[in-house]
Design a protein around this ligand. Structure first.
Ligand SMILES: Nc1nc2c(ncn2[C@@H]2O[C@H](COP(=O)(O)OP(=O)(O)OP(=O)(O)O)[C@@H](O)[C@H]2O)c(=O)[nH]1
Ligand SMILES: [Mg+2]
Length: 308
């Protein structure tokens, strides 16, 4: 059984591989701190979807440090890189899934990002951690969405509230919260239907769902955006629109195992000033990891300091 760090590290291997390969090409000429090293570093960060502005900021900062501390070579610079990346993530968000008062968490996002899967994974993890979890299926739109969440409820061994397909999603949420109060659930996870951030009607429907839940719930309510990391910069555009409509509380990045674009996690978290509360690194129930900015950053770029 591998530790969560090993799993995350394995999950981010494609992102890391891309970074390490580009750096090795640069370092092949020798670990000189010349202009092509700085340009190459910046380009590699941008290609990893960290975001142009953040990449430039990081490179500027490292260049400054290199001069101030008279860093001897590129390895010395690269040994500071993970810290620089880690510092730029927005911290916090622990209360969303682990708050003492309990919580109701709505999972939103565009189609196919991994919302239902993530709800299932979190249900299992939180149940194992001693929480009384209840699921609500507010995706009454897509064919088989309810059944899909039922399968996850079964795997996680938690109760689920459903209504038939086509029902009003807000009323499913209402009933889920009522049921949660009746059974004393302290973590209510609500799956919503995927929708494009560009679809005004569907975004309005979601605003209504969130506002009904906020009004009805005695537990604190949080809205979490689930982003598919393989979509790269498009994930950032989606996140901005969802945040504008719903005033999000946190982010979950999924499919980090299938992409070299893991840097998008930093772009979204830093630009929207939202914490990443979990990451998805595979399709299985245990493929959910905690987010630790420092560990994540190291897994994203690899460790060059050992090569000094
Ligand atoms: N590799 C990988 N696949 C994932 C991950 N999370 C979800 N998936 C897969 O992504 C696909 C879509 O997952 P769903 O959970 O159905 O996504 P959704 O956001 O609920 O989709 P809609 O409800 O249709 O909007 C499934 O095939 C999942 O197995 C992940 O972290 N890694
Ligand atoms: Mg779904």
């Amino acid at each position: 059984m591998s530790s969560w760090f090993e799993r995350m590290s394995e999950g981010l291997s494609r992102s890391r591989q891309r970074f390490v390969e580009s750096m090795n090409v640069l370092l092949d000429r020798g670990p000189y701190l010349d202009q092509s090293f700085w340009d190459g570093l910046e380009e590699t960060l941008i290609l990893g979807d960290i975001g142009a502005e953040t990449a430039l900021e990081i490179v500027d900062h490292l260049q400054d440090q290199a001069a101030r501390k008279a860093l001897p070579d590129a390895y010395a610079v690269l040994s500071l890189l993970a810290d620089q990346i880690a510092e730029r993530f927005t911290p916090g968000g622990e209360e969303i899934l682990e708050g003492e008062e309990g919580s109701v968490v709505l999972f939103v996002g565009i189609n196919g990002t991994g919302k239902t899967t993530t709800v299932g994974k979190i249900a299992k993890e939180a149940t194992d951690g001693g929480r009384h979890v209840l699921l609500g299926s507010a995706d009454t739109f897509r064919a088989a969405a309810i059944e899909q969440l039922e399968v996850w409820a079964d795997r996680a061994n938690v109760e689920i509230v459903t209504r038939k397909r086509g029902s009003d999603p807000a009323s499913v949420c209402y009933e889920t919260i009522e049921r949660g109060e009746a059974v004393g659930a302290d973590l209510i996870l609500i799956d919503t239907a995927g929708r494009l951030h560009t679809s005004a009607d569907l975004m309005r429907e979601l605003e209504k769902v969130v506002s009904v839940v906020r009004k009805r719930s005695k537990l604190p309510v949080y809205t979490v955006l689930v982003i598919d990391a393989t979509t790269g910069q498009n994930g950032l555009a989606q996140a901005k629109e969802f945040h504008k409509a719903l005033n999000l509380d946190g982010l979950i990045l999924t499919k980090l195992d299938g992409t070299a674009k893991g840097g998008i996690a930093l772009a979204v978290s830093s630009e929207l000033e939202l914490p990443i509360i979990k990451i998805g690194v595979g399709e299985a129930i245990e493929d959910l990891d905690d987010f630790d900015a420092h560990d994540f950053s190291e897994a994203l770029i690899g460790d060059f300091s050992e090569q000094v």
